[in-house]
Design a protein around this ligand. Structure first.
Ligand SMILES: CCCCCCCCCCCCCCCCCC(=O)SCCNC(=O)CCNC(=O)[C@H](O)C(C)(C)COP(=O)(O)OP(=O)(O)OC[C@H]1O[C@@H](n2cnc3c(N)ncnc32)[C@H](O)[C@@H]1OP(=O)(O)O
Ligand SMILES: Cc1cc2nc3c(=O)[nH]c(=O)nc-3n(C[C@H](O)[C@H](O)[C@H](O)COP(=O)(O)OP(=O)(O)OC[C@H]3O[C@@H](n4cnc5c(N)ncnc54)[C@H](O)[C@@H]3O)c2cc1C
Length: 671
């Protein structure tokens, strides 16, 4: 494997690597969660990537829509077969963590390129059964689903409603005479629309539908519904299912549509961990009616990990390319410099490297909170559910937005070549940006965070104790920043003060509207642009705090700590400078402070510059996972670009068919 070997690279990258001031492996271990995990990951990568079955006959971009789907399905099924091959492999892949890597932006993107048709089976169908099913239901369905005997998806969104779940129209009406639920799509807008794998791949789905029993609607609940025959794969009578057509990206996920016509399923197919319908039709309420949204909370947390992994790939490509690419004159008469010498190029790329770490530390923290809170829930303690909901919404929105913007900055930083499919930046972008919409559209997620902030603020006013992530809202004095202390601790305190003041202003704006006669919901809408800003500032503060804590806690040698501290400092300062209005208006920082920080940022960019290539090397991304003509380990950019162009089917003949059909008749028209 050429991807990680020293010494097999071009002169530019060799010189860059020689400048490294820290221990790369230490950072790799930190990101993987320990040396054992790094070795484990590399072992899995080596086994899967050595398998020729995962190679594409030609670039997927040259295939038809259906060929692309079949090609990815072939590899996805091989992946699962390989996974099930023997117990050693299952242990090696390591349950959820391995699945995350195989389905998401780790190894997964090297195996299936533009969306895995089986992704939703692992990412949502299995977690929905685990999170929403009783122990007996888990026993029955998991044993069939884990091995791939049945394949499922998560069918929630409809043509008419994605965000507003209470507005879903699919119904599940209990018939106590036959002990069945009747699943029905009463209108065109009730058609399920978007679920991954639904189009042609799955034969089962967890369908979210309005539950009716004894003449009463009890809101949205999960049901396991068979979509296709287990033998013939034909759609079941009463079910209409198909694929929704080409998308911006993720085109081999076979996102689908689904309609039901009075379709009956057994009573046992309602997932009944949190609420039940007894055989006689009696409804038993859950401890909290949002527990049926639990699968989404899990996936929102998982998306944060996926987001920074995507950004890692993009910034690795763009940084290596920037060390190989020479352009223009920095000093007249001197050789053209590497474009990485330009401060503006450093300002594009280095904050993206810092962002990877910021999201990683925050995501680790939210993942721990998720495990703790779900553990508490199973013991009947739901006190921390609102905090988990707000944290997962906030970090999902922040990580997907930052990663998407960062990937595009990386694409633009590669000039024209970044626009080529073989750079892989377009595909990384279209995959990453999808996460802004799926699993809760980000504006909607921000407004959920804002709702929690305003509620917490009012609780603080009443003297109630606040949950940890918002405890700073109890102290929202707007006193001007007095000292010249600009340490990391002081900057995190400034972030807190800025959000605190913003939330208190938002609460005052809301009150103002209400005093003038507006109902709360209308007042809320009138303040919602500002409320979104509060939520964004809160999620940023949280990420900064976790970044600082994470670096302080990490066990690192001095050189490695120094470089990570620089990245952390860059992250803190970068976001202050681009949101300086919030800090100035709240009195958290002065104009003088911000000028000092700007100057310091320029120094940090220069200090990090020699380590830039080594920093992305320490992400330890295999060339096959990068899949880029611009970003490979060896830096052999121009030859790769040229070789890839030669592979275009259009270059297999000198004169294209189109010439004889269209161009020649036009060119020779006057002869
Ligand atoms: C296994 C490994 C994994 C690997 C992962 C690898 C990742 C990469 C994978 C790549 C593959 C691609 C995957 C693609 C997956 C996409 C799937 C989907 O989009 S699926 C479709 C995804 N679709 C969406 O995400 C839809 C988005 N929409 C929604 O989630 C909801 O409708 C809503 C939250 C916006 C409102 O809900 P509504 O019922 O109207 O509620 P109200 O506003 O009236 O608030 C009432 C109260 O409830 C509270 N509360 C709310 N939620 C929760 C919660 N979860 N909990 C707790 N509390 C919650 C709220 O705070 C409030 O509290 P309070 O203030 O009163 O105290
Ligand atoms: C690639 C991809 C994969 C997907 N996979 C699945 C899947 O497997 N299963 C599944 O069930 N679904 C899936 N979805 C659907 C996805 O979850 C929804 O698209 C998403 O939840 C947004 O809902 P919507 O499309 O109805 O957007 P809308 O809610 O219609 O949003 C449109 C606009 O309205 C705004 N808006 C809506 N409500 C509010 C509000 N209350 N306040 C302020 N602004 C608001 C939004 O901010 C947005 O700007 C997928 C979507 C994509 C793109």
């Amino acid at each position: 494997m050429a991807a990680r070997k020293e010494g097999e690279c071009c002169e530019d990258l060799r010189r860059e690597r020689a400048k490294c001031s820290f221990n790369k492996e230490e950072l790799t271990y930190l990101m993987d969660g320990g040396k054992d995990k790094t070795l484990h990951r590399r072992k899995i990568e080596d086994i899967f990537l050595a398998d020729p079955e995962f190679l594409d006959p030609i670039r997927p971009e040259y295939m038809s829509h259906e060929e692309r789907y079949n090609n990815e399905l072939r590899k996805a099924c091989h992946m699962i077969r390989k996974f099930n091959e023997n117990e050693d492999m299952q242990q090696l892949v390591g349950e959820m963590e391995g699945i995350r890597s195989l389905m998401g932006s780790g190894l997964g993107v090297a195996l299936t390129k533009d969306g895995n048709p089986l992704a939703l089976h692992f990412v949502m169908f299995l977690p929905a059964i685990l999170g929403q099913g009783t122990v007996e239901q888990q026993g029955y369905w998991m044993s069939r689903a884990w091995t791939g005997e049945i394949i499922g998806t998560y069918a929630q969104t409809e043509l008419g409603h994605g965000t507003f779940l209470r507005g879903l129209e699919t119904t599940a009406t209990y018939d106590s005479n036959t002990q069945e639920f009747i699943i029905h799509s009463p209108t065109i807008t009730a058609t399920k629309w978007w679920p991954g794998g639904l189009g042609k791949t799955v034969n089962y789905a967890v369908v979210m539908a309005q539950l009716y029993t004894q003449g009463k609607c009890h809101g949205v609940h999960p049901f396991i519904v068979q979509i296709r025959d287990e033998e013939t794969h034909q759609s079941m009578p009463g079910v209409t299912v198909g694929e929704i057509g080409p998308r911006l990206g993720m085109n081999t996920n076979d996102n689908g549509f689904l309609r039901f016509n009075q379709y009956r399923i057994p009573h046992t197919n309602m997932l009944m961990k949190h609420s039940q319908v007894l055989k006689d039709g009696t409804y038993v309420k859950p401890a909290n009616d949002k527990l049926s949204y639990g699968t989404m909370v899990f996936v929102r947390v998982a998306i944060c990990f996926d987001a920074y992994r995507q950004l890692q790939r993009a910034v690795t490509i763009a940084t290596r390319y920037s060390a190989v690419r020479h352009q223009s004159e920095l000093v007249p008469g001197e050789p053209e410099p590497q474009i990485l010498e330009y401060q503006t190029q450093q300002y594009k790329l280095l904050p993206q490297i810092a962002t990877v770490y910021g999201i990683m530390f925050a995501a680790n923290d939210v993942w721990n909170t998720y495990n703790e809170v779900t553990g508490n829930i199973s013991e009947g303690n739901l006190a921390y559910l609102p905090e988990l909901h707000a944290l997962s919404c906030g970090l999902k929105a922040l990580s997907s937005t930052d990663a998407t913007n960062g990937v595009d900055v990386c694409r633009l930083a590669c000039g024209g070549h970044g626009y080529l499919a073989t750079s892989n930046l377009p595909r990384i972008y279209t995959t990453t940006t999808a996460a802004i919409t799926y699993e809760g559209e980000n504006t909607v997620m921000w407004l959920q965070v804002a709702r929690y902030l305003i509620k917490s603020y009012h609780d603080a006013q009443k003297g109630h104790r606040l949950q940890q992530s918002v405890s700073y809202l109890t102290t929202q004095s707007a006193s001007a920043h007095a000292t010249a202390d600009l340490s990391n601790t002081a900057l995190v305190a400034a972030y807190k003060q800025a959000v605190s003041v913003m939330v208190s202003n938002a609460a005052a704006h809301l009150q103002d509207h209400i005093s003038k006669g507006a109902v709360f919901e209308k007042a809320w809408n009138s303040c919602s642009v500002y409320l979104v800003k509060c939520a964004q500032a809160h999620a940023r503060y949280y990420t900064c705090e976790k970044f600082v804590d994470g670096v302080n806690r990490a066990e690192l040698s001095e050189g490695t700590r120094t470089v990570l501290l620089r990245l952390c400092r860059l992250y803190l300062i970068y976001h202050i400078t681009i949101n300086q209005g919030d800090f100035l208006r709240s009195g958290a920082l002065t104009g003088g402070d911000i000028s000092s920080l700007e100057k310091e940022m320029a120094d940090i960019l220069a200090a990090l510059r020699p380590d830039a290539v080594s920093l992305v090397d320490s992400f330890d991304i295999h060339d096959r996972v990068l899949d880029s003509s611009l970003g490979s380990w060896d830096g052999n950019v121009y030859q790769r670009l040229y070789n890839e162009a030669l592979k275009s089917p259009m270059n297999q003949t000198d004169v294209p068919q189109g010439y004889y059909k269209y161009l020649r008749p036009l060119m020779k028209a006057n002869l």
